[in-house]
Design a protein around this ligand. Sequence first.
Ligand code: SF4
Length: 237
Amino acid sequence: MSRRVSGFFKDDSGVCGAECGESYGAASHEGIFADKGDLRIRQKSLLLHSCCGPCSTSVVERLARDYDITVFFYNPNIMDEGEYRRRLETQRSFLEIYNSSPDAPSRVALAVGEYEPSVFVRACEGHESDPEGGERCEICFSLRLAKTAERAALYGFDCFATTLSVSPHKDYAAIARIGGRLGMQCGVEFLAEDFKKHNGFARSVELSKAYGLYRQGYCGCDFGRAGGQHGGGRDSE
Ligand code: SF4
């Protein structure tokens, strides 16, 4: 039995959900979220913010043996709605393929945040022309990680993390600083790890190709797109 609590679905097997107002078919919902209960007893629960399906591949592969993972897709920075939906579908496809693999050490749930690009645009006012790696990107990281930390605290996760550090174009020091501060504020541990290390980015490219995932050619916001700024997909190679 499922019920909706403040935007997240909770069901008998644990936390999972969608809060973007999209309707999930019961079959795909159950397909993604089944078998979570037992694993929670043995593993730390991790709410993993994901910027996109391709970046999440190598992070999920790396962490799935040690954590009970729920991927949290919250990316208001993707200003083009069509692009947002394409990346969300790619995220969903990856997890469906991953969860159906007999080699997967544990199943990974998906939670979808609100799609609210106007929040991102407002937060970035005055920083539209900043270069990649500048203040606008730090605002962008803060926005996405703040929501992740809040939800992790609200739903009792042991820790939270983000796939953002997979990209060679993202400043890991800034991500670790922002995540650590938000973790302290929300009372949830931030798993600070530079996921591009130990071949993490190259592995994400390899896995994305193997899974046939769409790999975007820009980071997400129209400001960066106009300036040719990168993301975790094709453009980062
Ligand atoms: S370039 Fe990427 S990280 Fe920077 S503000 Fe735009 S979407 Fe966010």
